[in-house]
Design a protein around this ligand. Structure first.
Ligand SMILES: NC(=O)c1ccc[n+]([C@@H]2O[C@H](COP(=O)([O-])OP(=O)(O)OC[C@H]3O[C@@H](n4cnc5c(N)ncnc54)[C@H](OP(=O)(O)O)[C@@H]3O)[C@@H](O)[C@H]2O)c1
Length: 240
C-alpha cells in the first residue's frame, strides 16, 4: 500500500508549460496544493487557475531561477501562501543545440546557470523546510542527455550530467531526514522545448507527452515513504 499525497504541498519550477504544467495539473487532480515558478506570468496564472478548479490551493511566483535572490523571495512567497513544501519538482530548464565551437561562450554558460545553478538555488531555498518536517520528495528532471551525450549538445549534456551528480550526493546526505531525492531522465517528450517552432510535428502516437511524465511522477510520489526510485529513464515505445 502506498501513500495518499492528498493535502501535501508541491513547489514546481517551469510550471508554465510542458512537463511542469502537466505535472502541476496532475498533482492538483490528486489533491496536492501547488506552488508554481517560472518567468512568464500569464502562463503561470493560467495554470494556477486550471489547478484551482480541482479545489486545491495555488500560488505562483514569477522568477528567474538563475538568480538566487529572486529564488529566495519566490520560495518565501509560496511558503507564506501554501505552507512548507512536501514535494519539490526541479523541472525548469533550457535546451541548446549547436556545434561546440560555434556556440557563444555566454550562451554556453547560460545553460549551466539555469539548469545547474537554478536547480541548486531552488533546492537550497526549499530543503530547510523539508529537514524541519523530517520528510520530503525532491525530483530533479535531468535527461537521457544527462546519461549519454549526443552531438551538438555539449552545454545541455554538461548541465544534465551535473544534475545527476548533485542529486546523487544530496540524496546520500539527506536520506537520514527521510527525504527522497531522485532524477528522472526522459528521452524526447512532446513539448515546446522540442517542437516550439513546429507543434504539428508533435505526433502523439509516437512521442511521450508531458501528461505521461506527469502520471509517472505522481505514481512515484505515491510510493510508500520507505521506498524510492533514485534514478529512472523514460523512453517512448516506438518513436521511429
Ligand atoms: N521535452 C523533452 O524532450 C525533454 C527531455 C528530457 C528532459 N527534459 C527536461 O524537462 C524539463 C522541462 O522541459 P519541457 O520539455 O517541459 O520544456 P518547456 O515546455 O520549454 O518548459 C520549460 C519550463 O521552464 C521554464 N524556465 C525556463 N527557464 C527558466 C528560468 N531561467 N527560470 C524559471 N523558469 C524557467 C519555462 O518558463 P518561462 O520561459 O516562462 O520561464 C517553462 O515553464 C527541462 O528541464 C528539460 O531539460 C525535456
Amino acid at each position: 500500500m502506498g501513500q495518499d499525497i492528498k493535502g501535501k504541498v508541491a513547489y514546481i519550477t517551469g510550471a508554465g508549460s510542458g512537463i511542469g504544467r502537466a505535472t502541476a495539473l496532475e498533482l492538483a487532480r490528486v489533491g496536492v496544493h501547488v506552488g508554481l515558478i517560472a518567468r512568464t506570468e500569464n502562463k503561470l496564472k493560467a495554470v494556477a487557475e486550471e489547478a484551482a478548479a480541482q479545489g486545491v490551493k495555488t500560488s505562483y511566483a514569477v522568477c528567474d531561477i538563475a538568480k538566487i535572490d529572486d529564488v529566495n523571495l519566490a520560495v518565501e512567497h509560496l511558503k507564506s501562501n501554501l505552507g512548507a513544501a512536501d514535494i519539490l519538482l526541479n523541472n525548469a530548464g533550457v535546451g541548446q543545440r549547436g556545434d561546440f565551437l560555434e556556440v557563444n561562450p555566454d550562451e554556453w554558460k547560460h545553460i549551466l546557470e539555469v539548469n545547474v545553478f537554478g536547480t541548486y538555488h531552488v533546492t537550497r531555498a526549499v530543503l530547510p523546510q523539508m529537514i524541519e518536517k523530517n520528510q520530503g520528495d525532491i525530483m530533479n528532471i535531468s535527461s537521457s542527455n544527462g546519461l549519454k551525450g549526443t552531438a551538438k549538445s555539449t552545454s545541455y549534456s554538461a548541465s544534465k550530467f551535473a544534475i545527476q551528480g548533485m542529486t546523487e550526493a544530496l540524496m546520500q546526505e539527506v536520506r537520514p531526514y527521510n527525504i527522497r531525492v531522485s532524477t528522472l531522465n526522459p528521452s524526447m517528450v512532446g513539448t515546446e522545448m522540442i517542437f516550439g517552432d513546429n507543434p504539428d510535428k508533435n505526433d502523439k502516437e509516437k512521442f511521450m507527452q508531458p501528461e505521461d511524465l506527469a502520471e509517472y511522477m505522481v505514481s512515484q510520489l505515491q510510493l510508500h515513504p520507505r521506498i524510492f526510485i533514485k534514478q529512472s529513464l523514460q523512453w517512448a515505445t516506438n518513436p521511429f
